[in-house]
Design a protein around this ligand. Structure first.
Ligand SMILES: *Cc1c(COP(=O)(O)O)cnc(C)c1O
Length: 249
């Protein structure tokens, strides 16, 4: 076909692999939406590119991906700088130290892992200083006891209203919704659907006072189908698109 680029070695092979993986993930999201009676447009795929190089981010952008996520500031900042020419929106999804806030607000359009008031304050002053508006999600730890924090970050459900109010009032920040990771321990261990249903409940309650906080970020490679069934608006998928990462990240 005229104008079609030949498939080349290296990037071409990787591009083909990423395209096939993306198509499979897209099919899973579409199937889950159909089963749940949801419109496919209600769910946004965020591709988690942690541990993979900027060249993969570039290939993904070429395949139509627009939302990408990282969980470590140093790696994310470098990749975002390398791909600054691409029309990408960056999501920060990892546990975040307050001293990284200044860096993160420079490239991240969304931070999914807000789980304490000190972090709200740090992100707010950093965003204001940088002249940026950053969308924030409260990370909910469904394995944490009331008043406690989760093993992998997040706050227990009882702390969500206070954090949400603080985010909504913070200059430079916007309260966009809630995020969770299916717990590996506690009452919801091995029950991602029940966990995501609980997150949806907490989200409904939150929207009574913050109607614009509509993002429900839930579901990864293993459990994105359950997340879509439960009402997630954003799924964060790494392995199923990019491959198995070396090590436990
Ligand atoms: C790594 C990561 C993901 C993606 O996980 P996969 O199992 O590779 O799809 C999603 N969310 C967070 C917070 C992550 O750290």
């Amino acid at each position: 076909m005229a104008g079609r680029r030949p498939v080349t070695a290296g990037g071409g092979a990787r591009a083909g692999q990423l395209a096939a993986n993306l198509a499979r993930v897209e099919q899973r999201i579409a199937d889950a939406c159909r089963s749940a009676g949801r419109d496919r447009k209600e769910v946004t795929l965020i591709v988690v590119t942690k541990t993979y190089p900027a060249s993969d981010v570039r290939l993904l952008a070429g395949l139509g991906v627009r939302e990408v996520a990282e969980n470590r500031d140093q790696e994310a900042a470098a990749k975002a700088a390398d791909t600054a020419d691409l029309p990408l929106s960056w999501h920060f999804v990892g546990q975040l130290q307050t001293n990284k806030a200044r860096s993160v607000v420079r490239y991240a359009d969304h931070v999914h892992s807000v789980d304490r008031l000190r972090l709200v304050a740090a992100l707010s002053s950093a965003a204001t200083a940088a002249g940026r508006q950053v969308g924030c999600l409260v990370q909910v730890a469904l394995d944490a006891e009331a008043g406690d924090r989760g093993e992998r970050g997040g706050v227990a459900p009882d702390a969500v209203p206070a954090l949400a109010d603080a985010l909504a009032a913070a200059p430079g920040l916007r309260l966009d919704g809630l995020m969770t990771v299916a717990p590996l321990a506690g009452a919801y261990a091995g029950q991602p659907r029940a966990a995501f249903d609980r997150l949806t409940e907490i989200s409904s309650r939150l929207r009574e006072t913050h109607p614009a906080a509509t993002m429900v970020s839930a579901g990864m490679s293993q459990d994105l189908d359950d997340a879509v069934a439960a009402g997630a608006t954003h799924v964060r998928v790494g392995t199923a698109v990019l491959g198995v990462r070396p090590g436990l990240r």
